[in-house]
Write a protein that binds this ligand. Structure first.
Ligand SMILES: CC(C)(COP(=O)(O)OP(=O)(O)OC[C@H]1O[C@@H](n2cnc3c(N)ncnc32)[C@H](O)[C@@H]1OP(=O)(O)O)[C@@H](O)C(=O)NCCC(=O)NCCS
Length: 284
Protein backbone atom coordinates (compact mmCIF):
# COMPACT_ATOMS: atom_id res chain seq x y z
CA UNK A 1 0.00 0.00 0.00
CA UNK A 2 1.70 3.23 -1.17
CA UNK A 3 1.76 6.19 1.22
CA UNK A 4 2.55 9.80 0.27
CA UNK A 5 5.59 11.48 1.87
CA UNK A 6 3.29 13.93 3.66
CA UNK A 7 1.32 11.04 5.08
CA UNK A 8 4.49 9.27 6.28
CA UNK A 9 5.67 12.56 7.87
CA UNK A 10 2.30 12.91 9.57
CA UNK A 11 2.44 9.31 10.83
CA UNK A 12 5.99 9.95 12.11
CA UNK A 13 4.68 12.96 14.02
CA UNK A 14 1.83 10.88 15.40
CA UNK A 15 4.32 8.14 16.41
CA UNK A 16 6.56 10.70 18.11
CA UNK A 17 3.53 12.08 19.94
CA UNK A 18 2.52 8.55 20.90
CA UNK A 19 5.98 7.73 22.27
CA UNK A 20 5.92 10.96 24.30
CA UNK A 21 2.39 10.19 25.47
CA UNK A 22 3.35 6.63 26.51
CA UNK A 23 6.26 7.90 28.59
CA UNK A 24 4.03 10.64 30.04
CA UNK A 25 1.60 7.93 31.15
CA UNK A 26 4.46 5.92 32.63
CA UNK A 27 5.54 9.05 34.52
CA UNK A 28 1.98 9.63 35.69
CA UNK A 29 1.73 12.93 33.75
CA UNK A 30 -1.28 14.06 31.73
CA UNK A 31 -1.71 13.16 28.04
CA UNK A 32 -0.86 15.39 25.08
CA UNK A 33 -3.67 17.41 23.58
CA UNK A 34 -4.82 15.70 20.35
CA UNK A 35 -4.74 17.74 17.13
CA UNK A 36 -7.93 19.71 16.29
CA UNK A 37 -10.64 18.88 15.36
CA UNK A 38 -10.09 15.59 17.20
CA UNK A 39 -10.36 16.18 20.92
CA UNK A 40 -9.53 14.18 24.03
CA UNK A 41 -12.70 12.45 25.24
CA UNK A 42 -13.95 12.44 28.78
CA UNK A 43 -14.04 9.07 30.52
CA UNK A 44 -17.81 9.07 30.31
CA UNK A 45 -18.71 10.68 26.96
CA UNK A 46 -22.36 11.67 26.70
CA UNK A 47 -24.35 10.77 23.63
CA UNK A 48 -27.49 12.70 22.79
CA UNK A 49 -30.22 12.06 20.22
CA UNK A 50 -28.87 15.00 18.19
CA UNK A 51 -25.15 14.24 18.11
CA UNK A 52 -23.12 11.18 17.15
CA UNK A 53 -19.50 10.47 18.09
CA UNK A 54 -16.63 9.57 15.78
CA UNK A 55 -13.49 8.01 17.31
CA UNK A 56 -10.12 7.77 15.61
CA UNK A 57 -7.67 5.15 16.89
CA UNK A 58 -4.04 4.71 15.89
CA UNK A 59 -3.56 0.97 15.39
CA UNK A 60 0.16 1.03 16.09
CA UNK A 61 0.15 0.76 19.89
CA UNK A 62 3.06 -0.05 22.21
CA UNK A 63 3.43 -3.73 23.25
CA UNK A 64 2.27 -3.08 26.78
CA UNK A 65 -1.02 -1.54 25.54
CA UNK A 66 -1.49 -4.39 23.05
CA UNK A 67 -1.07 -6.97 25.81
CA UNK A 68 -3.65 -5.26 27.96
CA UNK A 69 -6.10 -4.90 25.06
CA UNK A 70 -5.80 -8.60 24.22
CA UNK A 71 -7.02 -9.43 27.75
CA UNK A 72 -10.35 -7.72 26.97
CA UNK A 73 -11.11 -10.05 24.02
CA UNK A 74 -13.58 -12.94 24.14
CA UNK A 75 -12.39 -16.51 23.37
CA UNK A 76 -13.76 -16.36 19.80
CA UNK A 77 -12.02 -13.02 19.21
CA UNK A 78 -8.73 -14.49 20.48
CA UNK A 79 -9.18 -17.41 18.11
CA UNK A 80 -9.76 -14.98 15.27
CA UNK A 81 -6.60 -13.06 16.25
CA UNK A 82 -4.61 -16.32 16.25
CA UNK A 83 -5.75 -17.09 12.71
CA UNK A 84 -3.92 -14.04 11.29
CA UNK A 85 -0.72 -15.18 9.57
CA UNK A 86 1.18 -11.93 9.95
CA UNK A 87 1.97 -10.42 13.34
CA UNK A 88 1.08 -6.91 12.12
CA UNK A 89 -2.43 -7.99 11.03
CA UNK A 90 -2.89 -9.82 14.34
CA UNK A 91 -1.82 -6.71 16.28
CA UNK A 92 -4.17 -4.48 14.25
CA UNK A 93 -7.11 -6.78 14.94
CA UNK A 94 -6.37 -6.93 18.69
CA UNK A 95 -5.96 -3.15 18.89
CA UNK A 96 -9.06 -2.54 16.79
CA UNK A 97 -11.37 -4.90 18.68
CA UNK A 98 -9.85 -4.10 22.08
CA UNK A 99 -10.20 -0.33 21.69
CA UNK A 100 -13.75 -0.79 20.36
CA UNK A 101 -14.57 -2.67 23.57
CA UNK A 102 -12.92 0.04 25.70
CA UNK A 103 -14.80 2.82 23.92
CA UNK A 104 -18.23 1.14 24.05
CA UNK A 105 -17.67 0.24 27.71
CA UNK A 106 -17.31 3.96 28.51
CA UNK A 107 -20.86 4.64 27.26
CA UNK A 108 -22.35 1.62 28.97
CA UNK A 109 -20.43 1.83 32.22
CA UNK A 110 -19.14 -1.75 32.24
CA UNK A 111 -15.79 -3.49 31.83
CA UNK A 112 -14.61 -3.86 28.20
CA UNK A 113 -14.42 -7.66 28.58
CA UNK A 114 -18.08 -7.84 29.69
CA UNK A 115 -19.45 -6.77 26.30
CA UNK A 116 -20.88 -9.39 23.95
CA UNK A 117 -21.33 -9.04 20.19
CA UNK A 118 -23.71 -10.70 17.77
CA UNK A 119 -23.50 -10.53 13.97
CA UNK A 120 -26.17 -9.61 11.40
CA UNK A 121 -26.88 -11.68 8.27
CA UNK A 122 -24.16 -9.80 6.34
CA UNK A 123 -21.66 -9.88 9.21
CA UNK A 124 -22.36 -6.52 10.86
CA UNK A 125 -21.38 -6.65 14.56
CA UNK A 126 -23.84 -5.31 17.16
CA UNK A 127 -24.07 -5.42 20.93
CA UNK A 128 -25.81 -8.66 21.81
CA UNK A 129 -28.79 -9.45 24.03
CA UNK A 130 -26.59 -9.82 27.11
CA UNK A 131 -25.66 -6.15 26.90
CA UNK A 132 -28.23 -4.01 28.67
CA UNK A 133 -27.75 -0.93 26.52
CA UNK A 134 -28.89 -2.05 23.10
CA UNK A 135 -29.48 1.63 22.22
CA UNK A 136 -25.75 2.09 21.67
CA UNK A 137 -25.24 1.65 17.91
CA UNK A 138 -21.79 1.57 16.41
CA UNK A 139 -19.85 0.84 13.26
CA UNK A 140 -16.19 0.20 12.53
CA UNK A 141 -13.76 0.76 9.66
CA UNK A 142 -10.01 0.31 9.47
CA UNK A 143 -7.43 1.16 6.86
CA UNK A 144 -3.65 1.57 6.97
CA UNK A 145 -2.59 2.80 10.40
CA UNK A 146 -6.00 3.87 11.72
CA UNK A 147 -9.41 2.63 12.80
CA UNK A 148 -12.51 4.81 12.76
CA UNK A 149 -15.58 4.11 14.90
CA UNK A 150 -18.98 5.78 14.81
CA UNK A 151 -21.20 5.62 17.90
CA UNK A 152 -24.84 6.75 18.02
CA UNK A 153 -27.75 6.68 20.40
CA UNK A 154 -30.59 4.57 19.06
CA UNK A 155 -30.02 5.29 15.38
CA UNK A 156 -28.17 3.35 12.71
CA UNK A 157 -24.71 4.59 11.79
CA UNK A 158 -22.05 3.61 9.26
CA UNK A 159 -18.44 4.69 8.78
CA UNK A 160 -15.77 4.12 6.18
CA UNK A 161 -12.08 4.99 6.24
CA UNK A 162 -9.73 4.49 3.30
CA UNK A 163 -6.04 5.16 2.89
CA UNK A 164 -5.88 7.15 -0.38
CA UNK A 165 -3.71 5.25 -2.83
CA UNK A 166 -3.30 4.91 -6.58
CA UNK A 167 -6.05 2.78 -8.13
CA UNK A 168 -5.16 2.34 -11.82
CA UNK A 169 -8.57 0.81 -12.55
CA UNK A 170 -10.55 3.59 -10.78
CA UNK A 171 -12.47 4.60 -13.91
CA UNK A 172 -13.42 1.05 -14.76
CA UNK A 173 -14.62 0.41 -11.17
CA UNK A 174 -16.60 3.65 -11.32
CA UNK A 175 -18.18 2.70 -14.65
CA UNK A 176 -19.52 -0.52 -13.14
CA UNK A 177 -20.27 0.46 -9.55
CA UNK A 178 -20.89 4.22 -9.44
CA UNK A 179 -23.99 6.07 -10.66
CA UNK A 180 -23.82 7.67 -14.15
CA UNK A 181 -23.39 11.19 -12.68
CA UNK A 182 -20.59 10.07 -10.31
CA UNK A 183 -18.83 8.33 -13.20
CA UNK A 184 -19.13 11.49 -15.32
CA UNK A 185 -17.62 13.57 -12.48
CA UNK A 186 -14.62 11.23 -12.31
CA UNK A 187 -14.21 11.20 -16.09
CA UNK A 188 -13.96 14.99 -16.21
CA UNK A 189 -11.62 15.28 -13.17
CA UNK A 190 -7.90 15.80 -13.76
CA UNK A 191 -5.81 12.61 -13.21
CA UNK A 192 -4.36 14.20 -10.02
CA UNK A 193 -7.81 14.90 -8.59
CA UNK A 194 -9.38 11.65 -9.77
CA UNK A 195 -7.69 9.50 -7.13
CA UNK A 196 -8.94 11.53 -4.14
CA UNK A 197 -12.35 12.03 -5.74
CA UNK A 198 -12.70 8.28 -6.26
CA UNK A 199 -12.16 7.66 -2.52
CA UNK A 200 -14.41 10.59 -1.64
CA UNK A 201 -17.32 8.90 -3.43
CA UNK A 202 -16.36 5.38 -2.37
CA UNK A 203 -16.23 6.13 1.37
CA UNK A 204 -19.61 7.88 1.36
CA UNK A 205 -21.31 5.09 -0.55
CA UNK A 206 -19.75 2.36 1.59
CA UNK A 207 -20.55 4.19 4.85
CA UNK A 208 -24.22 4.21 3.83
CA UNK A 209 -24.22 0.50 2.99
CA UNK A 210 -22.53 -0.22 6.32
CA UNK A 211 -25.15 1.87 8.15
CA UNK A 212 -27.94 -0.27 6.67
CA UNK A 213 -25.93 -3.43 7.42
CA UNK A 214 -26.11 -4.61 3.78
CA UNK A 215 -22.47 -3.88 3.06
CA UNK A 216 -21.29 -4.50 -0.47
CA UNK A 217 -23.99 -7.17 -0.87
CA UNK A 218 -26.17 -4.20 -1.98
CA UNK A 219 -25.37 -2.61 -5.38
CA UNK A 220 -23.09 0.42 -4.83
CA UNK A 221 -24.57 1.93 -7.97
CA UNK A 222 -27.92 2.48 -6.26
CA UNK A 223 -26.40 4.75 -3.63
CA UNK A 224 -25.72 8.13 -5.15
CA UNK A 225 -23.81 11.09 -3.76
CA UNK A 226 -25.09 14.42 -4.97
CA UNK A 227 -22.48 17.16 -5.53
CA UNK A 228 -18.78 16.49 -5.73
CA UNK A 229 -16.06 17.24 -3.17
CA UNK A 230 -15.98 20.88 -2.13
CA UNK A 231 -19.75 21.23 -2.22
CA UNK A 232 -21.97 20.31 0.66
CA UNK A 233 -22.68 16.71 -0.23
CA UNK A 234 -26.05 15.06 -0.08
CA UNK A 235 -26.82 11.42 -0.17
CA UNK A 236 -29.37 9.96 -2.55
CA UNK A 237 -30.22 6.37 -1.81
CA UNK A 238 -31.61 3.30 -3.51
CA UNK A 239 -32.95 3.95 -6.97
CA UNK A 240 -33.08 7.72 -6.64
CA UNK A 241 -35.23 7.86 -3.49
CA UNK A 242 -34.33 11.17 -1.83
CA UNK A 243 -32.42 11.16 1.47
CA UNK A 244 -35.02 13.49 2.97
CA UNK A 245 -37.62 10.80 2.36
CA UNK A 246 -35.35 7.94 3.33
CA UNK A 247 -34.11 9.80 6.42
CA UNK A 248 -30.33 9.43 6.09
CA UNK A 249 -27.64 12.09 6.24
CA UNK A 250 -23.89 12.52 5.94
CA UNK A 251 -22.09 13.56 9.13
CA UNK A 252 -18.86 15.55 9.35
CA UNK A 253 -15.70 13.57 9.98
CA UNK A 254 -12.20 14.91 9.25
CA UNK A 255 -9.83 12.16 8.03
CA UNK A 256 -6.14 11.96 8.98
CA UNK A 257 -3.83 13.29 6.26
CA UNK A 258 -3.57 10.86 3.33
CA UNK A 259 -6.95 9.25 4.16
CA UNK A 260 -10.58 9.76 3.19
CA UNK A 261 -13.42 9.11 5.63
CA UNK A 262 -17.20 9.27 5.77
CA UNK A 263 -19.95 8.87 8.34
CA UNK A 264 -23.62 8.25 7.51
CA UNK A 265 -26.35 8.38 10.10
CA UNK A 266 -30.06 7.72 10.22
CA UNK A 267 -31.97 11.00 10.69
CA UNK A 268 -31.54 14.67 9.81
CA UNK A 269 -29.59 17.57 11.36
CA UNK A 270 -27.35 15.37 13.49
CA UNK A 271 -24.06 16.87 14.75
CA UNK A 272 -20.75 14.99 15.10
CA UNK A 273 -18.13 15.17 17.85
CA UNK A 274 -14.68 13.77 17.02
CA UNK A 275 -12.51 12.03 19.62
CA UNK A 276 -8.98 10.68 19.39
CA UNK A 277 -8.51 7.53 21.49
CA UNK A 278 -5.39 7.24 23.53
CA UNK A 279 -4.35 4.99 26.33
CA UNK A 280 -5.05 6.85 29.53
CA UNK A 281 -3.63 4.25 31.88
CA UNK A 282 -6.98 2.51 32.28
CA UNK A 283 -9.19 0.54 29.96
CA UNK A 284 -12.69 1.80 30.56
C1 LIG B 1 -18.66 -4.65 5.45
C2 LIG B 1 -17.74 -4.46 4.28
C3 LIG B 1 -18.31 -3.36 3.42
C4 LIG B 1 -16.34 -4.13 4.85
O1 LIG B 1 -15.53 -3.52 3.93
P1 LIG B 1 -13.96 -3.18 4.13
O2 LIG B 1 -13.72 -1.90 3.39
O3 LIG B 1 -13.17 -4.35 3.75
O4 LIG B 1 -13.69 -3.01 5.65
P2 LIG B 1 -13.91 -1.84 6.73
O5 LIG B 1 -12.64 -1.74 7.46
O6 LIG B 1 -14.49 -0.59 6.17
O7 LIG B 1 -15.03 -2.47 7.68
C5 LIG B 1 -14.82 -3.67 8.36
C6 LIG B 1 -15.71 -3.66 9.57
O8 LIG B 1 -17.07 -3.45 9.18
C7 LIG B 1 -17.92 -4.13 10.10
N1 LIG B 1 -18.83 -4.92 9.27
C8 LIG B 1 -18.72 -6.19 8.81
N2 LIG B 1 -19.80 -6.51 8.06
C9 LIG B 1 -20.60 -5.41 8.05
C10 LIG B 1 -21.86 -5.13 7.44
N3 LIG B 1 -22.53 -6.01 6.68
N4 LIG B 1 -22.40 -3.89 7.64
C11 LIG B 1 -21.75 -2.98 8.41
N5 LIG B 1 -20.56 -3.19 9.00
C12 LIG B 1 -19.99 -4.40 8.81
C13 LIG B 1 -17.03 -4.99 11.00
O9 LIG B 1 -16.96 -4.33 12.25
C14 LIG B 1 -15.69 -4.97 10.30
O10 LIG B 1 -14.57 -4.93 11.15
P3 LIG B 1 -14.19 -6.15 12.12
O11 LIG B 1 -14.39 -7.37 11.31
O12 LIG B 1 -12.78 -5.91 12.50
O13 LIG B 1 -15.13 -6.03 13.27
C15 LIG B 1 -17.64 -5.75 3.39
O14 LIG B 1 -16.92 -6.75 4.07
C16 LIG B 1 -19.03 -6.30 3.07
O15 LIG B 1 -19.69 -5.80 2.18
N6 LIG B 1 -19.52 -7.32 3.79
C17 LIG B 1 -20.91 -7.74 3.67
C18 LIG B 1 -21.14 -8.69 2.53
C19 LIG B 1 -20.52 -10.01 2.82
O16 LIG B 1 -19.40 -10.26 2.47
N7 LIG B 1 -21.26 -10.91 3.46
C20 LIG B 1 -20.74 -12.20 3.77
C21 LIG B 1 -21.65 -12.86 4.73
S1 LIG B 1 -21.01 -12.74 6.37
Amino acid sequence: MGRSRASIRRLDQVSAQRAAAASAVADGKTMLTPPAPWSAPTLQPLLSRHCVHAWLVHLDQPCEVLNHLSLTLSPDERERADRYRFARDRACFITGRGTLRCILARYIGCRPGDLGFSYGPQGRPELDERTEHKWVHFNVSHSGAFALYGVAWDRRIGVDLECVRGIPEALSIARHFFSPSEYRALLTATPEKRQSQFFWYWTRKEAFLKATGDGLAHPLRNVEILNGPGDSARLLVSNGQKTDEAGWSLGRVVPPEGYEAALVVEGRNIGTEMFLWDYTGRFS
